[in-house]
Write a protein of this length. Structure first.
Length: 296
């Protein structure tokens, strides 16, 4: 019967866990008996029984150890992966912050260049909303009375290599936002002037968007020396013209645009003007808070 037991132990995978535990206990008992010298001539048979059990126990131990090691490695990899994900998210956030800071610095540098070239104190902000195409030409400026913005102040922007130019006038101002009437709107009328050698030609710039055009310089004397290519600037006289919207805060010599054509109509001379900056494309602008012509 003892000779048959090694054969029965050669396929432990087919036995129940209870049988395996029993065999382990028997093997442990035989080992203890062998160490006590109680087996005598049965020692060889006992070794034949014990050896397969010990081999199986070693295999199971190695398998369990490998599972524990693999689980430990998997946990380490998962922890490392989470750390890398967190670092990646942090780097992305820092990159976004750096890009936003660089964008803001570029705007500030542009503002400094304008303030160095012109006698203006500027306040920059985003253009955050526009009126529908069927309505008046208004935009919402992201600064208001809390930042010193008041109705009648000039709003400028810059486009490409053109000079900083007028795009509108503050019509209404709230604590944090201001409504800006664009110069292309038909209700916008601003005193303007053209320097022609030793002459100064004055007139009114009026928006023409609702009439399918852009700007028109009118109220100019027929004999006034106007020509295509002349630069049109603000005259700073809008308050004296008793216009419906107060524009006393618009300083003189703010660039508006360039004359494209001149036409005589009766006693007057009119000129079509192309603005230096297309108000419909502006995303960032500056309000002229103050102007000191003595600094020029």
């Amino acid at each position: 019967m003892l000779r048959d037991r090694p054969y029965r132990l050669s396929q432990p995978a087919r036995r129940s866990p209870l049988l395996i535990i029993l065999l382990v206990l028997i093997a442990a008992a035989l080992l203890a008996a062998d160490q006590a010298g109680l087996l005598g001539p049965l020692r060889l048979h006992a070794q034949a029984i014990i050896s397969p059990v010990l081999v199986r126990m070693q295999q199971m131990g190695a398998w369990i150890e490998s599972l524990v090691g693999q689980a430990s490695d998997d946990q380490a990899l998962l922890a490392e992966l989470e750390t890398l994900r967190a670092e990646n998210a942090d780097l992305k956030a820092r990159l976004i912050q750096a890009e936003a800071l660089e964008f803001e610095n570029a705007r500030l540098r542009e503002q400094v260049r304008i303030e160095q070239a012109y006698p203006w104190q500027l306040l920059g902000a985003d253009v955050i909303a526009r009126t529908p195409d069927t309505g008046r030409r208004l935009v919402l400026f992201a600064a208001g009375t809390d930042q010193g913005v008041r109705p009648g102040m000039a709003v400028i922007a810059r486009e490409g290599s053109n000079p900083p130019a007028l795009i509108g006038i503050v019509e209404e101002a709230g604590p944090r936002t201001a409504s800006v009437l664009l110069i292309t709107d038909y209700s916008s009328a601003i005193s303007a002037q053209v320097y022609q050698e030793t002459d100064v030609v004055r007139g009114v710039i009026q928006g023409q968007w609702q009439r399918g055009s852009r700007l028109l310089l009118h109220s100019v004397a027929r004999e006034a020396p106007l020509a295509a290519g002349n630069t049109v600037l603000t005259a700073g006289l809008s308050a004296e013209l008793a216009l419906s919207v107060p524009r006393a805060a618009v300083p003189p010599n703010v660039p508006i645009g360039v004359i494209e054509m001149v036409q005589d109509t009766g006693r007057d001379r009119i000129a079509g003007v192309r603005p230096f900056v297309d108000p419909d494309r502006v995303r960032y602008a500056w309000v002229i808070l103050a102007s000191d012509e003595s600094k020029k």
